[in-house]
Design a protein around this ligand. Structure first.
Ligand code: BTN
Length: 246
């Protein structure tokens, strides 16, 4: 369960903060929210644009008795439960892009950044960071280099108060992390597949300098991405997927 919630007016990054505190012994289940981040972190070293007051920036620290290697599928598990939550809140046309980008009509609605630390044999801790675009104001989106959507737009007039949403997100995340710790990815795989927005589509996977083209064939039981390529079926643990024009 969530053991404590900290709300900061301004912070460098809710993820960076919990990673620092975790190293100093902060207990499992602490959540951190901020009105604004001065150094919001995205995946692959990108910046997460984090203006004051309009969006949701939230992180949750979780400790596992498992070694870091056992946490491989966790980013899909949290993506799946969050997609399910936003769908239940009324967002239609919501899809997941492997491993866990939340897209609305192919534009980014929310992003997840998971950071793990621990010895290879011993227990590990994880920080799950979530940024949801709630209602980006005109002009503020100019710095974002990918197409994005806001929850306000995706809900098309349905109300979704920020505090209530934050409470639900924390509940759902804590429940998912707890279940993953006991049963792994298995209980989440079907849910993930339900939101798989690229199944059967031609995609490109960027792996550092390497590019692999193929048809998106869903996820394997360990959460890896399956591509049908000219050279056969291949599985990938990392990389960045994008849709490829035919
Ligand atoms: C992505 O690139 O898609 C992941 C974005 C994750 C952003 C969130 S906002 C709260 C938390 N703190 C950070 O610095 N990043 C994550």
């Amino acid at each position: 369960a969530v053991s404590r919630v900290e709300i900061h007016d301004r912070i460098d990054s809710t993820n960076a903060y919990l990673m620092r505190e975790a190293a100093l012994g902060m207990p499992s289940g602490v959540a951190c929210l901020a009105e604004r981040q001065t150094a919001g972190r995205g995946r692959r070293g990108r910046v997460w644009v984090s203006p004051f007051g309009v969006n949701l920036y939230l992180s949750l620290l979780w400790r596992f008795p498992l070694a870091p290697a056992a946490l491989g599928g966790i980013s899909l598990a949290v993506g799946a439960v969050l997609a399910d939550l936003l769908h239940a809140e009324g967002v239609a046309d919501l899809t997941l892009k492997w491993p866990n980008d939340l897209l609305w009509r192919r534009r980014k609605l929310a992003g997840l950044l998971l950071e793990v630390s621990g010895e290879s044999q011993g227990p590990s801790h994880l920080v799950v960071g979530l940024g949801i675009n709630l209602r980006m104001q005109t002009g503020q989106g100019d710095e974002i280099e990918q197409p994005w959507a806001s929850l306000e737009e995706a809900l098309q007039g349905r109300p979704c108060p920020r505090n209530r949403l934050a409470g639900k997100v924390l509940d759902v995340l804590a429940g998912a992390l707890d279940l993953y710790g006991r049963e792994g990815l298995e209980p989440f795989a079907e849910l993930w597949r339900r939101f798989d927005g690229l199944h059967g589509e031609p995609v490109r996977l960027m792996l550092g300098e390497r590019v692999v083209c193929g048809t998106h064939a869903g996820i394997a039981d360990d959460g890896s991405l399956i591509l049908e390529t000219g050279g056969g079926r291949m599985r990938f643990q990392a990389g960045e997927v994008s849709l490829r024009a035919m």
